[in-house]
Design a protein around this ligand. Sequence first.
Ligand SMILES: Nc1ncnc2c1ncn2[C@@H]1O[C@H](COP(=O)(O)OP(=O)(O)OP(=O)(O)O)[C@@H](O)[C@H]1O
Ligand SMILES: [Mg+2]
Length: 439
Amino acid sequence: MTAAIRVISTEHARTWKLLNLIDELRQRMDCDEVAPDARLFSAIFDYTEQFSDKMHHPKEDKYLFARLLQRHPEAARVIDELQREHRGSDLIMARLRAALHDCIADFGSQRERFSQLLRDYSQSVREHINKEEGEVIPLARQYLTEADWDEINSAFLENSDPLFSDDAEEHFRMLRSRIINLAPAPIGLGASQPVAETMPEVVPPVLKVAGLSSHYGQIQALEQIDIEINEGELVALVGANGAGKTTLLRSLSGIQPVSGGSVHLYGEEITRLRADKRVAAGVSQIPEGRQVFGPMTVEDNLLLGAYSRRRDDSVKADLEKMYRLFPILKEKRGLAAGTLSGGQQQMLAMARALMARPRVLLLDEPSMGLAPLLVEEIFNAVRRLRKEGMTIFLVEQNAAGALAIADRGYVIETGRIVLSGKGQELLSNKKVQEAYLGI
Ligand SMILES: Nc1ncnc2c1ncn2[C@@H]1O[C@H](COP(=O)(O)OP(=O)(O)OP(=O)(O)O)[C@@H](O)[C@H]1O
Ligand SMILES: [Mg+2]
């Protein structure tokens, strides 16, 4: 077997196992009425989307299919079909995500639709793989020359090409290990050892801050900060005015220089990475004071959030998703953003950030300056995002509100973390109650 075919077939085998997992999860949902696990499904969709679109399809299109078309033009029919399916996968993933969201919001009425989409998806991908393995690869074996294979194989072994690099492998290995860890049973998804019999594969935290310090001139604003935020967690950071909350967020998003310590994103050091590169890597900060573009319409503000993405149906589907999450934005989609109330602008700022499909959301005092009813609405929106599987770091002076919805929390005082624990534990902590809750 050639190196290229071995790589492609291994990838097909992994995808097949993933489809088995999807089928199993669907059956649990249908037969046992178990609501879908948003984090697990999101992890599966992330992996499928990123891996298939960024690595598997381009490799096939660029090397195998292109060469085969030259040598054997009759292959055009099946290759056309496969490529049409490649191009359609974005939209299908967007539909699945939207249906997952609906299903979580209303399991009773939306289960059937999500289940049906999953069934269609699994079946069509299996057919796709069968077509490739059953038709295209045999044709390639028949019609490609020795020299063709040399060229294709050396491309598949070329490590500096981003399609094949160790970096890409590492990234996808991480995405796979998220799935392995969240799955209800071992799925044999290319883990080096059977997961059940060994230590579970360790997924690095989404963000890990270690010994971080930062200065404004001579003044130390942050001192030895240690914080971890794991996949799917909602972590709160509470503290008084001037404690260093914003400074910490700014140092995570790369606009505040750090003077010591480190920041890791999914195990990779980003301490000195430029801010725009962090955004591209999925770190998205919503600054204090919202900063929406006042004269632009609500919808244009949202589309601006997706500026780095291809303008296609998946953007449209995400737009619809935002309107489902924040119905008021749909109502006001054609109005200038500047005419929205403070709470609505905060929702717009959140939705705009989500349009870029970040992997972690950094929120700086979203409740600031809002009336109590709106504060509650904002915290509810944050909670809904968390339920959807989004990883969130929520910075707040409103300790009661933030800790009530957080999985875990940290308390910061004059640049130092003085307490940490589960949200509920901190809420009932005497010191926290005295200092921050006015009890
Ligand atoms: N640009 C700056 N130059 C000098 N000192 C600054 C600057 N920005 C913030 N500081 C100081 O750093 C410390 C932390 O400020 P930071 O804005 O991070 O606090 P915060 O917890 O976000 O407060 P708030 O709840 O008011 O937003 C404060 O003592 C503040 O005075
Ligand atoms: Mg602040």
